[in-house]
Design a protein around this ligand. Structure first.
Ligand code: IMP
Ligand code: MG
Length: 185
């Protein structure tokens, strides 16, 4: 459990709203249409890596107007320095056999890209019919491995952001918008 701060200090750490609820809603509507148009009639499995993408997953799947299944994974990756080991430990796995599906990984944010890269390699090794990545946020300036999403809703600068599923010390996931986090206030 993280330390419970006063409500006032919790509020003061929310520096400014970066992306509003309305902007998120609009972008998800567009992404949902793009996915629905390009996968119509094909078996889709949306895979999200817990916990950060749970809010995005809930809204994105409801913007998809063709049949689809959802699945969740918990993954931990191991690194030595800045290099991804490629070893990813799955602490909770999918219950679907991905070889029967067009898999779409639903991610909250691509930062260094290491975790997503490892999970994508692991899923690819299970021979899905196809594999694509959709991410809510991208921080390309922080990238350490060469990975790019097929659909990116928002590209942001090198800021630490919270809300809409994203946390700082497990807090702030419940904010309905994306905000910049400010330390020590
Ligand atoms: P990476 O791409 O392997 O470095 O890790 C990405 C993960 O780090 C994301 O899925 C988030 O859980 C977390 N993360 C990266 N940047 C932020 C941020 O600005 N706010 C909150 N979590 C972040
Ligand atoms: Mg995450």
């Amino acid at each position: 459990m993280s330390e419970i701060k006063s409500v006032e200090s919790w509020r003061n750490n929310i520096k400014r709203v970066l992306i509003t609820e309305e902007e998120i809603k609009e972008a998800i509507k567009k992404a949902g249409k793009e996915i629905s148009d390009s996968y119509d009639g094909r078996p889709i499995l949306l895979v999200s890596i817990l916990k950060g993408a749970f809010v995005f997953m809930a809204d994105l799947c409801r913007a998809i107007t063709v049949p689809c299944e959802i699945g969740f994974m918990c993954a931990k990756s191991y690194y030595s320095g800045t290099v991804s080991s490629g070893i990813v430990q799955i602490t909770m796995d999918l219950d679907q056999d991905v070889s029967n599906y067009h898999v779409i990984i639903v991610e909250d944010i691509i930062d260094t890209g290491r975790t997503l890269n490892d999970v994508a390699d692991l899923l690819r090794a299970r021979n899905p019919l196809s594999l694509r990545i959709v991410t809510l946020l991208d921080k390309p300036s922080r990238r350490l491995v060469d990975i790019k999403a097929d659909i990116t809703l928002f590209t942001i600068e090198d800021l630490f952001v919270i809300g809409y599923g994203l946390d700082c010390g497990e807090m702030y996931r419940n904010l309905p918008y994306i905000a910049e986090f400010e330390e020590n206030k």
